[in-house]
Design a protein around this ligand. Structure first.
Ligand SMILES: [Zn+2]
Length: 146
């Protein structure tokens, strides 16, 4: 016979509360009906603490399972049609905005080109105007001289 070491440790089974067990000073759950010794010296735990281990293991896997399910549930709504519609719609809007931005850019480019064209035309016109003016002045001058 040897002393029962108790059930599961709190560290291994965090978040698990066992009604019919008490917490040992070394943070180990021990059955309220712990036999305090084992019926076999090769065993570390009494029957009841072994049962506590099994129960805790089951509780832990249940908690993990429910966490998994909750995660799935939380992911669930994003897969509904209304929610999936939003990103597509947003993408569409973004795409359209980019498109219209591109269109604006091309309009600006065209306007710039037209402006440059006009500017150079105006320069030509003004040059020719000045030329004409000079000519006319010359003419005038010559007329004056005459
Ligand atoms: Zn025990």
């Amino acid at each position: 016979m040897s002393t029962c070491i108790g059930g599961p440790s709190v560290d291994d089974y965090a978040g698990i509360r066992i009604k019919y067990a008490t917490l040992d000073p070394d943070n180990v759950w021990r059955s309220l009906k712990c036999e305090l010794h084992t019926d076999n010296m090769f065993k570390q735990r009494c029957k009841l603490c072994v049962r506590l281990m099994n129960i805790s293991r089951a509780m832990k896997s249940n908690i993990q399972l429910s966490l998994k399910l909750n995660r799935k549930k939380r992911l669930g709504p994003t897969l509904t049609p209304t929610r999936t519609e939003t990103p597509k719609h947003l993408f569409k809007t973004k795409h359209n905005t980019q498109k219209s931005n591109l269109r604006k850019d091309s309009i600006i480019q065209t306007l710039k080109l037209k402006f440059n064209e006009l500017k150079s035309k105006m320069e030509l016109v003004s040059n020719s105007y000045v030329d004409d003016l000079h000519k006319s002045m010359n003419v005038n001058e010559s007329q004056c001289f005459d």
